[in-house]
Design a protein around this ligand. Sequence first.
Ligand code: ATP
Ligand code: MN
Length: 477
Amino acid sequence: MSTTDVIKSTENKNVHYVKQYIKNVLQQEPGDTVTVKGWVKTKRASKGIQFIQLSDGSCFTDLQIVIDASKFEENLLKEISTGCSLLVEGTLVESPAAGQKVELSATDIEIVGSAPVEDYPLQKKGATFEFLREIAHLRCRTNTFGAVNRIRSKASWAIHQFFNERGFHYVNTPIITASDCEGAGEMFYVSNSLAVENGEYKLKNKNPQEDFFAKPAYLTVSGQLEGETLACGLTNVYTFGPTFRAENSNSARHLAEFWMIEPEMAFCNLEGDMALATEFIQYVIKYALDNCSDDIEFFNKRIEPGILETLEHVVNSDFEHVSYTDAIKYLENSGEKFEYPIHWGADLQSEHERWLTEKKIGKPVIVYNYPKEIKAFYMRLNDDNKTVAAMDVLVPKIGEIIGGSQREERHNVLVQRIKEQNLEEEAYWWYLDLRKFGTVPHAGFGLGLERLIMYITGMKNIRDVIPYYRCPRNADF
Ligand code: ATP
Ligand code: MN
């Protein structure tokens, strides 16, 4: 069969996008005739019968295709190998195999695209995650990454549904911005003055005023500041978009590009913020438990034993609330030897966060009221003048999953805080305007989608819960 023949014959049956997914076929009855399309995961032969595991990514379970070798051309059957794409027609028959009701007895098979055995990099089962990162363009065909992608999709859907049910507006804040929201300086510049000549960067002009935006601009580290302006008019809003941080680390929980969900609520204080964060995490996890049970079962068996029980527990129990001051006391009295010393005023490192949530409390914890020196300028100053109304949600195995706060709504206090942190007051003129015209108490938080997916799946490296990961020295695919 020549390539052109294949394309011609499949064109006729492929005039529309796929509507008959393997997920649905697996629920049909013996005797039904179906056509399925997908990729071969494995093939084995025994006594004139060939068995193929076919996947179209619609669900965890593959469809078993049973082929009576005597009924097909030998050359065709030879060409079928792991990774090739097939179109198979046949009749469903009762499956003797455990875990599936039916299998497909093939009457017609077309190879849509072959995958030469010598070259196809995904031949063996059990490839390491490190190896799969090098073939990120193919890894969604494996059991693990199929499951990760499905859970990511379902969780995203659940997130929109959660906010929509509560009357929140979905808003889009800019990706290119001139303000550094976090003041952490981990920004990627956006400029059209940069060019590559002879393998070197050349600046076409040195003056930011002559650059595209006539001032330094960056990829956003958070949509929060703009989100606040929208909440102060639309009441409850959320963003869900890409976020960029030039984190120069090889951490297993930081990416240079990640997806953040940022609700912002007018007429809301820190307590309301914590309540929403809890309800939100529980909702998304429950949705995943209800709608991705096969995938979660796989993670429970193969990736993180016990994750299923953990998730069920999280859905049904309150999160512990601990003030920063109490958290420091617990840490100081823990008897643990931490790499970073801990004392009142120090930022919590991942090791501290994990000790608190794993060892001390044993479930998600919300730490609140942090020292103002270690938090951003926009967080509301508490009456003690030492702490701000900030809160971080910490979960076992990961640490921080959500960072949020009540925002400073008092104009004079905010100006003072901007000065204290040596920020340029003029740059925040529009942000300060919110505090001049109809100011309201308001609060919000940011959740990194990838951290949530790590939590739900038990995957240990953030690079394995996003299709293409961006980190130092990796923007290849
Ligand atoms: P961390 O201390 O873990 O670096 P952060 O304090 O910088 O987090 P925030 O600025 O509060 O985080 O951002 C809100 C949320 O965004 C975090 O709770 C986390 O879920 C997520 N997040 C932050 N930075 C990253 C990153 N580099 N990669 C992936 N997710 C991130
Ligand atoms: Mn950070």
